[in-house]
Design a protein around this ligand. Structure first.
Ligand SMILES: Nc1nc2c(ncn2[C@@H]2O[C@H](COP(=O)(O)OP(=O)(O)OP(=O)(O)O)[C@@H](O)[C@H]2O)c(=O)[nH]1
Ligand SMILES: [Mg+2]
Length: 244
């Protein structure tokens, strides 16, 4: 059953840091897959001019949120969510700029959200669906997810995945100011709150392909932040369970 949401009430948030090569190709492909959908590029003052390039495209329904300095993917999404909630968007997507999240899956998200509050594009539903990632990255991601499930108890196979569709009500009910992560563990922290509030989380299969253009923003500090977060969430679960 195709989702009946008016495409102008759907927002795709794309965080960017030095993604000019990708963004000029990605936006037209997104709008080819979901005509009339709105896009918000959240750019942390990319030195490569990503922000100005998007503005020069001059497309109706495509906006840029400029942020002063590079503060991590998590902060960028929190700003994007606030921007979306100040407006009348009913479905809010997270999507990377580097084609690792293929726009061809967008219609599948819109079908799945009809029976869910959060839809996650999952690389780990059946086996491992990742192409061209170095083994070290793959193991880091795979065991990071295992950790999120075992340590923090979050019943999601791809807990670090960043291709998502939220219902507005979910983002309205989470205290976004309490989200502390700035790196990729932001995804785990958000999933934790969505799960703890009892919302319906559905995973759909995607194939994740390593970026072809531009450079990675992955760093060891991002990995460290994620490990600390898992134990924080476990402690939080134990304390809240103890309080019941
Ligand atoms: N605004 C903003 N965007 C960021 C920041 N760090 C990463 N991004 C964007 O977040 C998305 C995911 O980052 P990637 O570097 O692709 O992360 P990854 O997919 O784990 O690693 P890759 O192997 O490099 O693809 C991309 O669209 C980046 O441009 C940041 O500090 N600020
Ligand atoms: Mg990437």
């Amino acid at each position: 059953m195709q989702n009946a949401t008016d495409p102008s009430k759907i927002l795709i948030i794309v965080p960017t840091y030095n993604e000019r090569e990708n963004i000029e190709l990605l936006i037209p492909e997104i709008r080819a897959r979901v005509p009339g959908v709105h896009v918000l590029v959240v750019d942390d003052s990319s030195p490569d001019g990503t922000s100005q390039l998007v503005k020069d495209m001059g497309l109706e329904g495509v906006s840029v949120l400029d942020r002063g300095k590079k503060e991590g993917l998590g902060r960028a999404y929190i700003s994007g969510f606030k921007w979306a909630l100040e407006r009348d968007y009913q479905l809010i997507f997270e999507m990377d700029a580097d084609f690792s999240h293929d726009p061809r899956y967008l219609p599948d998200f819109l079908t799945a959200i009809a029976n869910a509050d959060l839809v996650i594009g999952s690389r780990y539903i059946s086996g491992v669906n990742v192409i061209n990632w170095p083994m070290q990255r793959l193991l880091l991601s795979y065991f990071g997810n295992l950790g999120a499930r075992i340590i923090a108890g979050i019943p999601v196979k791809d807990c670090t995945g960043g291709f998502k569709c939220f219902r507005r009500t979910v983002l309205e009910s989470i205290n976004l100011r309490s989200i502390g992560s700035s790196g990729y563990s932001f995804q785990v922290e958000m999933n934790y709150h969505v799960w703890r509030k009892g919302f319906r989380i559905v995973e759909i299969p995607i194939v994740f392909t390593d970026r072809r253009r531009g450079s990675s923003k992955m760093s060891t500090s991002i990995v460290r932040e994620a490990l600390v977060l898992l134990w924080k969430l476990r402690l939080r679960s134990l304390l809240s369970r103890g309080g019941k």
